[in-house]
Each structure stands twice: as C-alpha cells, then as structure tokens.
Design a protein around this ligand. Structure first.
Ligand code: 13P
Length: 259
C-alpha cells in the first residue's frame, strides 16, 4: 500500500445471489462501511447484471459504488445477449471488471477483446478493473512474467486515455482463485511491481498512480499482510465478498494498511 494511492476493495459476486439474499448482503455491507473512514478506502460491489439496479438503489446514498462483471466491446446494435457500457452507466455503475480469468479461460476472451471492452467502458465514463494473471502451469514453467507482459502490453492503446482514478488493474493468479491458496505476500508484491513497471514501459505516464489490486483467496486472515505490500493497493474479492462480515473485515484491513 502506498500513501499516494487510495486503496480500493471490490467484491466480485460472480454468478451468485438472489433478490432476498442480496438485500441482506447489501444491508450488511452498508452497516459495516459506516464504521470505516471513507477517505481511507474505496469500496465497490459487482453483482450479476440482473441485480445491478437493486444494488444501485440500495447503495445510492452511500459511499459504496456498484460495478458490473463484464461489458460489450461494442457501442450498441445487433449483439444479442450483450450489455453496453452506456447501459451500465445509466444503471448507476461506476466500474466494470473486464478480462476476468474465468471469462478468458472458459469463454475464450482474448487480450485484444479485453482491451476493446476496456476502451469502450472508458469512453462511456466507467472505471475499468482489468484482470491479469498466470495459470499454475505458467508459474511452474517460469512463464509468469511473460504472460503478465503479454496481457499488459495488449493495453498499450489505452495509455493515453487512462485516468488513474478510472483505470485499475487486478492481479489474479489463476491458481489462487477460489482455491483457498493465496499467493504469498512476496509473490504478489513481485507481480504487482512487475505490472506497474510494465504499464510505465508501454506509456502509462501515471503508472505510479494506478491502483493494482490483488485477487485470489483474499480472506480477513491474509488481507492485512497483502495490503501492507508497497505495490498492492487493495483487493478484488470473490468468495469472501459473499459474507458481509468477511468483506467488511477486508475493507477495514485496507483502510488500516494505508495508515
Ligand atoms: P476468490 O476470492 O474466491 O478466490 O476469487 C477471486 C476472484 O476471482 C475475484 O475476481
């Protein structure tokens, strides 16, 4: 965590939830954030598309922002099943996650599509959270840096339009997602520093101001150690974001790590 970057903790609910359960979770998040210094940490939740309106309504007067989990690379038109950036903005979203490894691996999203989605989202005024990360095989074969470099270099065309308040990268090692096996603080810090240097190398002049979140089995028990690392600026939280208590404990850890 650095003094100059305000940490951000984002809950990625993935394909979970229902109206009644979301109401309970959102209310728990609202109550929990009320006790945390808003100047010390940004907070967002990313429910599935059908629940964005519900979340936006419940969180309207609160500091908790709403994000989506995906967006179309196209502005509008005959793209059945897709959702545009303008629609997300209109519903009250501040953020959208793009390039999550589950979409890259299971749905075949390419680096180029990820960059096109991010560009479209930025054009519509949304903030983007762009996910990168290596698989277990990549790590075991010593390809972590090569994979991260490829994923980051694909974002070069965004360097000029990227406002550091709206451009966030999430390092999510695939082997740490949903496995209970987080990256060590040293592994995560090394990857984050590499990503930041990579952003700078491809023309992101404000790379030192860009937040890089860690994602992959973040829990209340390991959050503080991760967030204390100098290039880790918060977290993208999966499973633990489905419990208001766990999520709030992680938000609190981010707020404290900055102090
Ligand atoms: P877990 O926190 O469940 O490992 O998921 C991380 C993630 O994929 C967030 O986008």
């Amino acid at each position: 965590m650095s003094e100059t970057r305000k940490p951000l903790v984002v809950g990625n609910w993935k394909m979970n939830g229902d109206l009644a359960g979301n109401a309970v979770l959102l209310s728990g998040v609202l109550t929990g954030v009320a006790g945390i210094d808003q100047g010390a940490v940004g907070v967002a939740v990313c429910p599935p598309f059908p629940y964005l309106s519900q979340a936006a309504q419940v969180l309207a007067e609160s500091p908790v922002q709403v994000g989506a989990q995906n967006v179309s690379a196209f502005e509008n038109g005959a793209y059945t099943g897709e959702v545009s950036a303008a629609m997300l903005s209109e519903l009250g979203c501040a953020w959208v996650i793009v390039g999550h490894s589950e979409r890259r691996a299971m749905l075949g999203e390419t680096d180029e599509q990820v960059a096109a989605k991010a560009a479209q989202a930025l054009r519509s005024g949304l903030g983007v959270i762009i996910c990168v990360g290596e698989t277990l095989e990549d790590r075991e074969q010593d390809r972590t840096q090569a994979v991260l470099a490829r994923q980051i270099e694909a974002l070069a065309s965004l360097a000029q339009q990227a406002d550091p308040n709206k451009f966030v990268v999430a390092y999510e090692p695939v082997w740490a997602i949903g496995t209970g096996r987080s990256a060590s603080t040293e592994q995560a810090q090394a990857a984050h520093a590499f990503i930041r240097a990579g952003l700078e190398a491809i023309g992101f002049r404000a790379a030192s101001k860009i937040r890089i979140l860690y994602g992959g089995s973040v829990k209340p028990a390991n959050a503080q150690g991760l967030f204390e690392m100098s290039d880790i600026d918060g977290g993208l939280i999966g499973g633990a974001a489905l419990s208001a208590d766990d999520f709030i404990a992680i938000v609190r850890a981010a707020a404290l790590a900055r102090g």
